[in-house]
Ligand binder design. Structure first.
Ligand code: AMP
Length: 215
């Protein structure tokens, strides 16, 4: 599981790690954005919360994750990106894991200062077709404003505006920081500096997960 404030680079690392390990990456933010795009009942309920930088209510996100975990691609392990974000979500996850006969290998927390985060998020661009994420200066697409993977025009997220970023950071400190103590107390938390270059962070993630089986 990856935990961290918005823009700390956990999505980029999650994408790399899941590909390297051949496991599913479950990003609740991505699932919610897809629901909004498709105009599902969940998406219609979640949209206003997301646009304002608030968290989507626990019961909606927990139900959504329970559904997602039913898919076959979770059978050989999976990486959670952006869940849990509150203590009730962490507790609900624990119950789900127990009922599935699974346990959490490791919670990796990424840290970065607020001004670094604002700079990162304002330069973030994503591919609406394949989901790949870039940064205009730190990790640009090989095809400029188009996705290096599939050629689709890259877009900027609505909630990556400065005012909304600051709100999301406040929400993180209030709601999600206690989740770190929850996993710290269980002895499964590793904290990393998310501001190091992407390859270095990836190497540290690998070390944190050392000994984890790959299937
Ligand atoms: P992210 O892409 O992880 O930054 O998530 C984007 C937005 O989706 C967040 O600002 C929240 O509004 C919502 N969201 C994603 N994951 C969760 C979660 N676990 N709990 C509540 N809201 C979430």
């Amino acid at each position: 599981m990856f935990i961290g404030p918005p823009g700390v680079g956990k999505g980029t690392q999650a994408e790399r790690l899941a590909a390297a390990q051949g496991i599913a990456k479950i990003s609740t933010g991505d699932v919610l954005r897809a629901a909004v795009r498709h105009g599902t009942p969940l998406g219609r309920q979640a949209k206003a919360f997301m646009d304002s930088g608030a968290l989507v209510p626990d019961e909606l996100v927990i139900g959504m994750l329970a559904e997602r975990l039913k898919a076959d691609d979770t059978k050989s392990g999976y990486l959670l990106d952006g869940f849990p974000r509150t203590l009730p979500q962490a507790e609900a996850l624990e119950t789900m894991l127990v009922s599935r006969g699974e346990r959490l290998d490791r919670a990796v927390a990424f840290e970065a200062a607020a001004d670094v985060i604002v700079a990162r998020l304002s330069g973030r661009r994503g591919c609406p077709a394949c989901g790949k994420v870039y940064h205009v200066t730190n990790d640009p697409s090989s095809r400029g404003t188009m996705c290096g993977g599939c050629g689709t025009a890259l877009t900027q997220r609505d909630d990556d505006r400065e005012e909304t970023i600051r709100k999301r950071l406040t929400v993180y400190e209030r709601e999600t920081a206690p989740v770190l103590s929850y996993y710290q107390a269980r002895g499964v938390l590793t904290t990393l500096d998310g501001t190091a270059p992407i390859d270095q962070v990836a190497a540290r993630v690998e070390t944190a997960l050392g000994g984890r089986r790959s299937a």
